[in-house]
Design a binder for this molecule. Sequence first.
Ligand code: DHB
Ligand code: FE
Length: 293
Amino acid sequence: MAKITASVFTSHVPAIGAAIDLGKTTEPYWQPVFKGYEVSKQWMTDNQPDVIILVFNDHATAFSLDMIPTFAIGTAESYQPADEGWGPRPVPVVQGHPELAAHIAQSVIQQDFDLTIVNKMDVDHGLTVPLSLMCGQPQAWPCPVIPFAVNVVQYPVPSGQRCFNLGKAIRKAVESFDKDLKVQIWGTGGMSHQLQGPRAGLINQAFDNAFLDQLIADPAAAAAIPHIDFVREAGSEGIELVMWLIARGAMDDVPADASQNIAAQEHPVSLKHRFYHVPASNTAVGHLILENT
Ligand code: DHB
Ligand code: FE
């Protein structure tokens, strides 16, 4: 059977991708950011998954106001890095896992979550920057990736609670796939940032660190945060943090339904890495690695 082995949480700031691609990672501004991911790159080497389910948001690159799927799963063989206006990033093509993706679509839709099936999609910094942070600059990404896109750009956006419950459904889907695969699930985006309006530049370190604490130790409480609180406290783009709740909901210590609290003690998760840094472009960078024990 397939199994979720770990979850990774990370910001996806586009300027981080540019810093990597232009060889600026050792510059004084960027050095502390990349230092925080040295442990992570080693951890990736030591804990190679067979597949990554990468929960991310598209930034009006693959989708537009013409079509706004709330949740979309990539079932394609491969995904090209997108051109976001400066040419496509010089990173490997992302290979998909159509078989597992189709199985997840079947299972999760039957568990009453409406997913859009995407057979062709270019992937922007929301997906490629987390891969670069965790894997460096390889010739090919270390394993197939299933892109799982969430609309956090155009209102209405899904609630944190719905995202958390979706994570539980994804775990059930993975565990019913009859091949022995080690699957990681990554929740990306965030942390606090606001890119427009009078509050542009907003960063809230107290909120971000409290969110990290809660995501680790009391994810059900983090899932109960109303979307308006993310916007008020973490800025309009801080709403990207609901995507972290999908990955967290898929971990073993989260009971499939709230009446089964005993599961949390039976299946504790292990915190392998925690990192927080301000600033990176207009954003606070947050990062966690959690393993199922
Ligand atoms: C920035 C952050 C983002 O999440 C994004 O999608 C675009 C820009 C920034 O900090 O500049
Ligand atoms: Fe973003």
